[in-house]
Design a protein around this ligand. Structure first.
Ligand SMILES: [Zn+2]
Length: 198
């Protein structure tokens, strides 16, 4: 049995969540094209980041030597769905990603890094929310060793990697994204019409 949701479910959830937040807080101040593109990338990175604690996760399968370092990283992070699947982990990852962006800022002056940072965080939080719908639950409040899930009754939750995920959750996310893009088309187009920052 798969112990984690399929990566594309998380990718889809992250982009849907990002679009939702963007249309909810729009209009946004002028964003450069570089900011928009990097934000999308950071969002997808955040979407799979929590599963670094899973040695067979897409994250490790897609990097060279992943099979070598995956198991070690898993042990270091406390096993699947531990530190990286908690608010403490999200804060820690946010802090590290912020440092990385600060470090990279001098070589990418056209990027408004604060938006890239938010896109990453939205991706990561959407991952935890999605995992909360699964039987295994998520230890949101570590070091409190309780795994939370929705609905609270475990029996009603989704089994990861099963038909419900591929044929219900994924399509629902796609439909939500399409609805958001249709209903708020003007707001989204405005993002691209903004003059780049100088
Ligand atoms: Zn996960």
């Amino acid at each position: 049995m798969l112990m984690y949701m399929i990566a594309r479910t998380h990718d889809m959830a992250a982009i849907t969540a990002l679009t939702f937040v963007v249309v909810m807080i729009s209009p946004l101040p002028p964003l450069s094209l570089a900011t928009i593109l990097l934000s999308l990338l950071a969002n997808q990175l955040g979407a799979i980041a929590p599963d670094v604690d899973q040695p067979t996760a897409p994250f490790w399968r897609n990097v060279s030597f992943g099979r070598l370092f995956g198991p070690a990283a898993t042990r270091l992070l406390g096993g699947h769905r531990f530190l990286t699947h908690s608010l403490v982990g999200v804060a820690l990852a946010g802090w590290l990603f912020g440092l990385l962006l600060q470090f990279l800022q001098p070589i990418m002056p056209n990027v408004q890094v604060e938006y890239v940072w938010w896109a990453f965080m939205i991706g990561m939080i959407s991952h935890l929310i999605m995992d909360s719908f699964t039987k295994e639950g998520v230890p949101w409040l570590l070091p409190l060793p309780i795994k939370f899930g929705f609905p609270p009754l475990r029996r009603l939750r989704v089994t990861t990697g099963k038909i419900v995920e591929s044929f219900v959750i994924f399509p629902v996310l796609v439909i939500l994204l399409i609805l958001l893009c249709t209903m708020y088309y003007g707001d989204l187009v405005d993002l691209f019409h903004n003059k780049p920052i100088s």
